[in-house]
Ligand binder design. Structure first.
Ligand code: URA
Length: 235
């Protein structure tokens, strides 16, 4: 592949933009020698303005703050605004692995690896997602048993939800572990049992816990181990 094409796929600009960058000598080898306009992609050792090229496959770990949506198309503030603008022009597209709603915070993965996204987000894969929910009133005493049966049908749906694991942390705070990704699933499951969720935070996907050093809005690329951990199916 030509280097200008790879740069365009990585979101550095249109083919015309990256040709201009190459002409201007902004794309160099590690020793500083500029690449020719029609250079072949050497695979390794390419710098843009002195910085290493973004990786071919990008997987990010984000501590999603509240008030941002996960949509590509939302006219308001989205999580994509937290990253360099070129990440939104990458081909293949960078997408969230499942979604957190606007009012939910916590662990969110983004990737341009479609197979990885499927392995984590597909209901058939049974990857656990663990949430901490604050409630407006205590749940009934049989809430954990009802959620664990896997026969709860949410309003407007025809198939029962998969079994979910409820742990009471205190009277108005619970941990709920689910293995599917239906729309507003946690809020709707808890609403079906009589409590309104006032605050929702995702703490874990598979065996990957939200890294403690990531403040709300902070992100970094995922390590190979983290990518592995996030795919771990439920025990
Ligand atoms: N369940 C919800 O209700 N909201 C989320 O963001 C994720 C799971």
């Amino acid at each position: 592949m030509r280097l200008d094409r790879r740069l365009a796929n990585l979101g550095y600009g249109s083919r015309r933009d990256v040709t201009r960058m190459l002409r201007a000598g902004r794309v160099t080898r590690v020793d500083g020698t500029p690449f020719a306009r029609d250079a072949t992609d050497p695979g390794e050792g390419v710098l843009v303005d002195g910085e290493p090229l973004d990786p071919r496959t990008l997987t990010l770990v984000l501590h999603k703050p509240v008030d941002l949506t996960c949509s590509h198309r939302d006219p308001g503030a989205t999580v994509y605004g937290l990253f360099p603008a070129r990440y939104s022009s990458r081909r293949p597209t960078l997408s969230t692995v499942g979604r957190l709603d606007k009012a939910t915070s916590g662990l969110l993965l983004l990737t341009d690896d479609g197979a990885l996204l499927h392995r984590i987000a597909s209901p058939g894969k049974s990857v656990e997602k663990s949430y901490i929910a604050d409630l407006d009133r205590p749940l009934p005493a049989d809430a954990a048993a009802r959620l664990s049966r896997g026969d709860l049908v949410l309003r407007g749906e025809s198939t029962p939800c998969r079994p979910a694991r409820l742990e009471t942390l205190d009277e108005l705070c619970v941990r709920l572990v689910v293995t599917e990704g239906r729309y507003h699933l946690v809020r709707r499951l808890l609403a079906a049992l009589g409590s309104h969720v006032t605050k929702l935070h995702r703490e874990r996907i598979g065996a990957l816990t939200l890294p403690a050093e990531l403040e709300p809005g902070a992100w970094r690329t995922a390590s190979a181990q983290e990518v592995q951990d996030a795919q771990q199916p439920a025990p």
